[in-house]
Structure formats: structure tokens, C-alpha cells
Design a binder for this molecule. Sequence first.
Ligand code: UDP
Length: 239
Amino acid sequence: MADLRFKRVLLKLSGEALAGNEPYGIDPKAMDILSQELENVAGLGLEMVLVIGGGNIFRGVSESAKGMDRASADYMGMLATVFNALAVQDALEKRGVDTRVLSAISMREVAEPFIRRRAIRHLEKGRVVICAAGTGNPYFTTDTAAALRAMELRCQAIFKATKVDGVYDKDPVNNPEATMYKNLTHMEALERRLRVMDSTAISLAMDNDLPIVVFNLFAQGNISRVAQGEDIGTTVSGG
Ligand code: UDP
């Protein structure tokens, strides 16, 4: 078994990680690359909880801006995360990685209900636990669900995989001179509105002393590197 810095982590993937180069939906090529990466990480012996967003399919807040009732739109957003969870489960199980989908909204024909002790048991048995349907409540996001589940399931860190290398002082896509932070406190991330995760999620992580490691998902091998303690991306910790 590999020498790991963490024993149990929560990996937050946004829905767009599954869309690859497509504007929405699930791209089989992106799924293949992602599941290969996750298979490698699981093979290191890291206990892994996945929280996957739904923005590649449906985002409640955008739809409510167009006139839909916010709570109804948010429930649709949560259902979108279930689509993604099932897609990731399928891709992982094809590779022989044992998984369980646990949903915050009960739909027992499709997924187990989220029961904290059961989730911990799955992790102890080496299964990848995929938490679907966010927190189960409208007006929240899957970032907040990630912080909540990470604490409940006693994860040592949140791995926030993004499209860029870490957290920057400006949007690096539009500003080539943007500089990346190596380390930040939760409070700095909040005060500078750095959008590491949404503010509810960062506050929860801060209050419970949970580090967040932000790194590039699309650089091959990165999840394993972070798990093994390589100093890449940005670490948000220490209040
Ligand atoms: N959502 C919600 N409560 C939750 C988690 C998610 O209402 O606890 C809804 C919300 O409408 C959100 C959508 O699900 O816009 C998809 O999640 P998110 O935007 O976090 O996905 P991501 O941006 O990570 O792809």
C-alpha cells in the first residue's frame, strides 16, 4: 500500500468535470479519463468519498432566475447530481472499483439512503462512497454538501478539483498575470472572495478546521499526487 498523507478524503467534482469539452451533459471520454484516475487513487488504499455537482445538467439558481420557483429548480438540480453519481458509479464499477451511491433524497430503487454509519462502514470496507442529491435541501450547493459530508464522515481534507492549478488572485483564464496562492487561510479566502468554494462551504470548513486542497483535475495523476502529500495546488487551512 502506498505511503499516503491522508487516509480518508472527500473529493468534490463539479458537474462540468463530467462534461469534458461539451457544453453540458456527460462526455464518455471525460468519464473514461476520470474513472481511470479514480481507479488509480482507490488502488493506493485511500478511502474516498465523492460529492459530484450537477451543473452540467441543471443549476437551480440559473433556472429560478428565468422564472422558475427556486425550491423546485433546486430539487431538479439535486436530481441532476443523482444522474452524475450513477454515471460515475457505472464507470468505476466497469473498472472493478467497488462503489455505493448514497442519496440525500430517498429513492431506494436507485440508491441507498444516506446513513452516516453505513457510509463509514462502506469506507472501512474499501468502497468508494458517492454522495448524491447534495444536502437534500434547496438553497444549498454541492460545495456545502461536500463540507457537510466531509465532517460527518470524518474526512481529513476536502480535495476540490478544478480546471485551473489552484486559487488565484484574479481569474487566471482572463488574466495571464494572475498569481496563484500556495497557502491561504479560510478567512482570507472568505474575505478576498476568492471563490475556492461557496462561502457557506468555506465557513463550515473553517469552523471545523477542515483543510481544502484545490488543484487541477485535468493534469494526469494529480489526485494521487495530492493524496501522497505532494505540494501542488493551493491549500486552504488554519482558520
Ligand atoms: N442543490 C441544492 N441543494 C444541495 C445541492 C445542490 O439545491 O444541497 C441544487 C442546486 O440547484 C444546484 C444544483 O443542485 O444549482 C447543482 O449543484 P451545484 O450547482 O452545486 O453543482 P456544480 O456547480 O458543482 O456542478
